[in-house]
Write a protein of this length. Structure first.
Length: 291
């Protein structure tokens, strides 16, 4: 039986966009490291001839247009990760509309806007409080979303949501609106152990889980007949990521633990699994109808 095709995504943001870090650098001029941090990731992807989806923060598009253009020209998919990396429930509809418009203005300077068909909310901040964003994404021509984590965490999550790609219903985010004209949702991957859903999509979970155990869990997901989606941030694979001393012990642990070994775990993924951009796994060739 052919191995399943799984989705690989990189949330292309700088170290100071991270949710726990951003409040401590909001009034300073931080050193930008995103190009340095993403370079080893790009080298690995090139070595294993893998393409990924890069969900890009608009601030990165504005300050690093040549990087985003190079990613697109290399065959990677570009998606929207908002403008400021503020969570949806902190924005409200009017500010969200302004962020989407600002992102489009910056992105269309580096690539065809119609190629951007996917969206991921910062910090997976799509749930019942922010379901209003779905219709706004549809109005701007987006085809899919990848923002829902079907596990409750202290920061985000929508327990009870489907654990595989499904049709998104703005009225009930847990209902599969299969066959509708709405957005397709590619939720973050969780694996159930004794009735408990364990988040394993990547990011913090990638850094905390032992490599062998993580590989076993991802294999189990594929054995269930469903593709997984992995995400990672360049700053959490970069040993030179600046440390913010003002963070609490728990915040430092969540933000920095396992950074030194994360790049090796990414290489394990590339060696072990079939990986591709989200639009490829979802079989969504249609271009976005840009406003």
């Amino acid at each position: 039986m052919p191995r399943l095709l799984n989705a690989l995504s990189i949330d292309l943001e700088d170290w100071f966009h991270a949710e726990l870090v951003r409040p401590h650098v909001a009034h300073t001029w931080p050193q930008r490291r995103v190009e340095w941090a993403v370079a080893p990731i790009l080298q690995l992807l090139e070595r294993y001839d893998v393409r990924a989806t890069f969900f890009v923060v608009g601030d990165v598009v504005e300050h690093h247009p040549d990087l985003v253009r190079a990613l697109f020209e290399a065959g990677h998919e570009i998606g929207c990760h908002g403008w400021s990396h503020r969570m949806l429930w902190d924005l409200e509809p009017e500010l969200f509309a302004q962020e989407l418009e600002r992102f489009d203005r910056a992105a269309q300077k580096v690539m065809p806007l119609g190629e951007i068909i996917g969206y991921r909310a910062p910090s997976f901040s799509l749930d019942e409080r922010s379901a209003w964003a779905i219709d706004m994404l549809l109005e701007r021509g987006y085809r899919y979303d990848s923002s829902i984590y079907p596990v409750r965490t202290p920061l985000y999550g929508l327990p009870g949501a489907p654990d595989r790609p499904y049709g998104l219903d703005a009225g009930d985010l847990r209902r599969d609106a299969e066959g509708s004209e709405g957005l397709v949702e590619f939720p973050m991957t969780a694996w159930s152990l004794l009735g408990t859903a364990i988040p394993i999509s990547g990011g913090t979970y990638m850094r905390f889980l032992p490599q062998g155990l993580w590989r076993v869990m991802l294999n189990k997901v594929n054995q269930e007949g469903r593709p997984f989606v992995i995400y990672a941030h360049p700053w959490e694979l970069d040993s030179g990521t600046p440390r913010i001393e003002k963070l609490s012990f728990g915040e430092r642990l969540i933000t920095y633990h396992g950074i030194d070994s994360a790049l090796k775990k990414l290489e394990m993924l590339l060696q072990t699994f079939r990986l591709a951009p989200l639009r490829t796994v979802l079989r969504l060739p249609h271009e976005r109808v840009a406003p």
